[in-house]
Design a protein around this ligand. Sequence first.
Ligand code: NAP
Length: 314
Amino acid sequence: MHKVIVLGTGPAGLTAAIYLARANMQPLVIEGPEPGGQLTTTTEVENFPGFPEGIMGPELMENMRKQAERFGAVFKRGWVKKVNLSKRPFQVFLGEEVLESESLILSTGASAKLLQIPGEKENIGRGVSTCATCDGFFFRGKKIVVVGGGDSAMEEATFLTKFATQVTVVHRRNELRASKIMQDRARANEKIKWKMNRTPLEIIAGENGVTGIKVKNNETGETEIIETDGVFVAIGHKPNTDFLEGQVKTDELGYIVVEPGTTRTSVPGVFACGDVQDHVYRQAITAAGTGCMAALDCERFLEGSATHDWSKSL
Ligand code: NAP
């Protein structure tokens, strides 16, 4: 029987683990298929406070993991198939094993959706990115393509014009999905060009990274290659909540709903932090912040000093 199990090892889960371990709660931390989370797929992280020269994403995550281990967090590798939250202790089904815990911290993150086209996965970090805030700076004075027609694509395209000489939005339909205000802002930006009704087919790269993207014109069927130094894929994120099978309240996009200002979910004793409950900020530092909150909320819950049962008001 564990006091607390943390699911996920991005900045949220590892920060929770550091706090829990320092509070002598011996957290068991489950590492999924991408230990360290989304930051391990980026290169240099320049906006995490405390690293004036920047730090490589994988190194930052390895440091956080070591810090949690130093205080007694125990790590276990595996894929959580499902959980049973109907009564305490909660059950976590990890491969063939069934783990039991008095409380649970959900920090399974969100995954950026990819186009699933040739040249995409293999060039992540070499010109393909899913995070303008993380990687935009590396494209100073370069040409960028942003794929997508939603608010994220508009936001990323607008943001990237701070660095790029030209940003081309490639969208598969003639109408954008984005809200009017975001569209208007992007359309008013002279640095943004539009390739509407185009389906991305392939990302082309040379020795030094991405050089272009091949797209199909959906009206004429013709293909063309748009020359670019980078491709930002902004077609949405998917929170990793499938394994919960609806046992915790989620919003219409699948993100876990937490009591505002806390990390408490609809199930008392289950807490959520990081991108699995946040589609607005999605930063390593905000994830780490909510990880700390989850550890403190969890500690108070186990001490019996949590004030009220929010789940009843849902
Ligand atoms: P989204 O609204 O789901 O838009 C995804 C876009 O990507 C759509 O235009 C979609 O095309 C396109 N797309 C999806 N799969 C594709 C594929 N395989 N190939 C090519 N294109 C593909 O996602 P989002 O923009 O990330 O926004 C998610 C939520 O967060 C929304 O509720 C949004 O309002 C919110 N958000 C808000 C802000 C803000 O207010 N500042 C910023 C970002 C996000 P179709 O249109 O053809 O389906």
